[in-house]
Design a protein around this ligand. Structure first.
Ligand SMILES: Cc1cc2nc3c(=O)[nH]c(=O)nc-3n(C[C@H](O)[C@H](O)[C@H](O)COP(=O)(O)OP(=O)(O)OC[C@H]3O[C@@H](n4cnc5c(N)ncnc54)[C@H](O)[C@@H]3O)c2cc1C
Length: 467
């Protein structure tokens, strides 16, 4: 976990005046606005930018970027600030470009199952817009994040086990490069062998290579039938083993979410539900009526083999919505277990065969710690999260939380996994990059960054150690 100190670069008054002339009240230097834009949803301290620009067009973003490049001032792109590893902190000061007013849905191509949106469109806004078309966009991080931010963090969520992550669902991007040029990374074809895959280079680049202003996305038909179930297990291992066997059997579940006993307690309290407080899986199945029935029966039989105590169905949309709303509020529910404390969230991802070991050992560490921790996971992908509750002003609690956090990440790496399945690196996880990738791979990443952003102005201090 990173404790580095960063030197701020002074933003010249002349740049702020030029931007104010250009944008009027769409430039802000109000303290509250700066503070809000320098802080994400996690425990990481705020590091405010010197000004926030609310852009409305790609051309305007390009103008702002050119001016910042001329003055050698850092640029931090901003979606809705729901990231969790200090991603939006302006560690060296500079200008934050807030994309939230670029919220137009530019085209929906029903026949091709795709759409093009501006970067500030949120995932819920897109699905509301699509409601009457019979299509939907499946990627669902717990927060109502912007599509630009989700692209920049290579986000995923509960549906990724069936529909993939942002990596699989972005067709092309419009990007403003660090010198202010506007480029498009690809066309709309579903596949292409034409040259370097720049789309995939920018997906997950966390604002360090350019500002994404438009995104073309894959869409999916709303399935004919959907069914959800809640299944309670006698142990963490039984729940995880059910997941592993389901995935290994090739069952195309849409969602398999693990929630440990402490997480269920938090959800019951926060969402006024009455789930049994025990290791639990939430499932969702998509397909035809017959397909959904077949998948569900298979999973139920596997769960029973591992000693599942209850298997409750939610076939009505209203009940399914209630179930997933409670799941999506798991983070805020956990925070309310000890009001006033901050949460240190972290996620790792391991090969599915190593999941039982990774989660059981993490839970044992948490049980032996004086700090309260919840575990929840998109386990169908081998991905799980721990939220550690702590008082950031108490050095002993901070040290203990960091110890738990680091052990969880080191264990995932030892098991052939990654230090983050979906939240990304920001500056919170910089220290694990070399351990995960090796020095030569990091040197190549650094060379790519230097080639595209030679002045090092795009979101400095993030993603690649030593920049
Ligand atoms: C309660 C909760 C639950 C969450 N659950 C999940 C989950 O299940 N799965 C998951 O993947 N994440 C999850 N997250 C994390 C977060 O929602 C995602 O990382 C999300 O993708 C961030 O989007 P944003 O719009 O908030 O981006 P921001 O936080 O504003 O920015 C994130 C990063 O992307 C860069 N960026 C933003 N917009 C652009 C752009 N247009 N061009 C270039 N760079 C840009 C920023 O500079 C920053 O580095 C959760 C967060 C919360 C608070």
């Amino acid at each position: 976990m990173s404790d580095r100190q960063y030197e701020r670069i002074e933003t010249p008054e002349s740049l702020i005046s030029t931007l104010r002339e250009m944008l009027g009240d769409r430039l802000s230097t109000a303290a509250a606005v700066l503070e809000q834009h320098g802080k994400d949803e996690s425990w990481h301290a705020a590091s405010p930018p010197d000004a926030v620009v609310f852009a409305t067009t790609t051309e305007e973003v390009a103008e702002v970027v050119k001016l910042c490049a001329q003055h050698e001032v850092p640029i931090v792109p901003f979606g809705v600030g729901s990231s969790l590893e200090g991603h939006v902190a302006a560690l060296r000061g500079g200008i934050c470009i807030d994309l939230s007013r670029m919220d137009a849905i530019l085209e929906v191509n029903n026949e091709d199952l795709d759409c093009r949106v501006q970067a500030g469109v949120t995932r819920e806004q897109l699905n509301d817009h699509l409601r009457d078309t019979g299509l939907f966009f499946p990627i669902d991080p717990g927060a109502n994040a912007s599509i630009g931010g989700m692209t920049a963090t290579r986000a995923s969520g509960t549906n990724a086990v069936r529909y993939g992550t942002m990596r699989e669902n972005v067709l092309n991007l419009t990007v403003v490069t660090p010198d202010g040029k506007i480029i498009k990374t690809a066309n709309r074809a579903r596949k292409s062998s034409a040259g370097y895959d720049l789309t995939r280079l920018f997906v997950g680049s966390e604002g360090t290579l350019g500002v994404i202003t438009e995104i073309a996305l894959k869409l999916y038909g709303i399935p004919e039938a959907m069914s959800a179930a809640v299944c309670v297990f006698p142990s963490v291992a039984a729940a995880v083993d059910t997941t592993i066997l389901t995935i290994q059997a090739g069952i195309p579940v849409a969602r398999i979410e693990f929630l440990d006993e402490m997480q269920i307690r938090a959800i019951n309290k926060y969402s006024k539900t009455d789930h049994k407080e025990a290791p639990t899986l939430f499932f969702e199945f998509h397909g035809t009526d017959a397909g959904v029935k077949e998948q569900a029966e298979f999973v139920q039989s596997v769960a029973e083999e591992f000693g599942a105590e209850e298997f409750q169905w939610a076939t009505r949309q209203e009940d399914r919505n209630k179930l997933w709303a409670a799941r999506h509020k798991a983070y805020y529910a956990s925070l309310q277990l000890e009001p006033g404390k901050a949460g240190m969230p972290t996620d790792v991802c391991v090969p599915i065969s190593k999941l039982a070991e990774a989660i059981s050992e993490t839970r044992a560490d948490c049980d032996a710690s004086p700090l309260t921790c919840t575990i929840v996971g998109h386990v169908g992908d081998g991905n799980f999260h721990t939220l550690i509750l702590l008082d950031p002003n108490d050095p002993d609690q901070m040290a203990e939380a960091k110890r738990l956090h680091d052990r969880m990440v080191e264990r995932a790496l030892k098991l052939g996994g990654t230090c983050t399945g979906e939240h990304g690196i920001g500056y919170g996880k910089l220290d694990f990059m070399e351990a995960e990738h090796g020095a030569d791979t990091i040197a190549l990443m650094r060379a790519l960054k230097n080639a595209i952003d030679p002045k090092g102005l795009m979101n400095p201090g993030k993603l690649i150690p030593g920049l």
